[in-house]
Design a protein around this ligand. Structure first.
Ligand SMILES: Nc1ncnc2c1ncn2[C@@H]1O[C@H](COP(=O)(O)OP(=O)(O)O)[C@@H](O)[C@H]1O
Ligand SMILES: [Mg+2]
Ligand SMILES: [Zn+2]
Length: 390
């Protein structure tokens, strides 16, 4: 019998990512010691970033599984410790890339993260449902996705992703986003609701406070390398649009509306506001577009009940296209589906739970359209020489 090789054990440990930081635990200074006994028993000591880390079970499971797979290993015992203040400060510096000053990584020139802000004129139109389903669809497509839930009135994103009670881990003054596991892939989530000192505390968010909270969620949170960052904005055209315009001028905006006339009108206003802050409106998602008639569906006939009227999405898209002078397409018409609400209530987005439904397909297709257009052109290094100088 061969005794396990230390190098192979270290290689196995390097395959384990810290679930919050999403980088190998070996790179983060979290593996304190590895001892291989004569009989093939391996003892590993792992340092958590903070005591009582909510994800210690995940780390324990992943480390044990990885080491157990190394040939010759007969057993694994894992001892969990906690980083010292110095180690934490070192980690924080490492994560900031040696930068002492906090900054918004997505606003950095050359940032490759596509920033998509989900806006609506009013609440209740499905903005959060759209956000979590786009995120889940993009994660399934292999993108690294983050969500900032900035909706002060609702902050319903965590519950819709099944992490309703989670509080983020803090490493020094850096906040770790909470991982939500999509069917394949992970979504990093920070909600404005997580920043409240106490869950039951009622906070009257006003302009400057909201601005500070938004900046905190963008710059104090360790996001790592994201392909896409989605922001669930509060409904309306208020302070947050101004903050967003200032801090994330490269954000692109998606307007969510229902087919209803009145809802379409307020959605147009939200789109116009975004454009005034120099953000490009990349499309409109019409939600609750129709209810597939249950009787006709049984007979295989496509009969759509237009519960909330019709044409709102197309109208908003046409109005905004005319106003801005560029094409604002309708990205999706999402039908009413009981399963979509149930998915939100149970924490499993419909694109994961029931991907074959018309609602899930509409949202997945919109996700493909949005990411398929590539990352934000503004942040892309094209490597072309200027015209006429080749
Ligand atoms: N297409 C849909 N079919 C059925 N229920 C929906 C649909 N879209 C949203 N809902 C439900 O409507 C309610 C409001 O949606 P939500 O996403 O929270 O809206 P908003 O974020 O705009 O306030 C939620 O209970 C949600 O599950
Ligand atoms: Mg919401
Ligand atoms: Zn019918």
């Amino acid at each position: 019998m061969t005794s396990p090789d230390l190098e192979q054990i270290n290689a196995a440990l390097a395959t384990v990512d810290d679930p919050e930081i999403r980088r190998p635990i070996t790179d983060l200074g979290m593996v304190d010691s590895v001892d291989v006994g004569d009989t093939g028993h391996v003892s590993v000591r792992v340092l958590l970033t903070v005591a009582g880390c909510p994800l210690k079970d995940t780390i324990t499971r992943d480390v044990t599984a990885a080491v157990e797979r190394v040939p010759g290993v007969t057993g694994v015992s894992l001892d969990l410790g906690v980083m010292s203040g110095d180690q934490r400060a070192g980690l924080q510096e490492q994560l900031r890339g040696g930068q002492a000053q906090k900054e918004i990584p997505f606003a950095r020139p050359g940032s490759l993260t596509k920033v998509l802000a989900i806006a609506s004129g009013k609440g209740g139109v499905g903005k959060s449902s759209v956000t979590v389903n786009l995120a889940a669809a993009m994660a399934k497509q292999g993108r690294r996705v983050g969500i900032v839930d900035a909706d002060i009135y609702g902050h319903s994103v965590p519950a819709m992703l099944g992490i309703g009670d989670a509080r983020p881990t803090q490493v020094e003054d850096m906040i770790m986003p909470v991982p939500a596991l999509a069917a394949s892939g992970e979504i990093s989530v920070i909600s404005i609701g997580m920043l409240k000192p106490r869950r039951d505390q009622v906070v009257a968010w006003r302009g400057p406070m909201l601005d500070r909270a938004l900046v905190q969620m963008l710059s104090d949170v360790f996001w790592g390398d994201l392909d896409v960052l989605l922001l669930d904005l509060p409904p309306g055209t208020g302070d947050i649009a101004i903050s967003l315009g200032q801090h994330l001028p490269n954000a692109e905006v998606i307007v969510v509306t229902t087919p209803q006339e009145a809802a379409a009108e307020v959605a147009e206003r939200a789109g116009t506001m975004a454009s005034m802050m120099h953000q490009r409106v990349v499309g409109v998602i019409e939600n609750m577009s129709y209810l597939p008639c249950p009787h006709c569906a049984e007979a295989g006939v496509d009969h759509r009940l237009e519960v909330f009227g019709s044409g709102g999405g197309a109208r908003v898209a046409a109005t905004l296209s005319a106003r801005f002078g560029y094409d604002v397409p309708v990205l999706a018409e999402v039908p009413l589906d009981l399963a979509l609400r149930e998915g939100g209530d149970s924490g499993t987005p419909i694109v994961e739970g029931l991907p074959e439904t018309a609602a899930a397909r509409a949202l997945s297709d919109a996700a493909t359209t949005l990411t398929g257009r590539g990352r934000g052109l503004a942040g892309m290094q094209l490597g072309l020489s200027p015209a006429g100088r080749r």
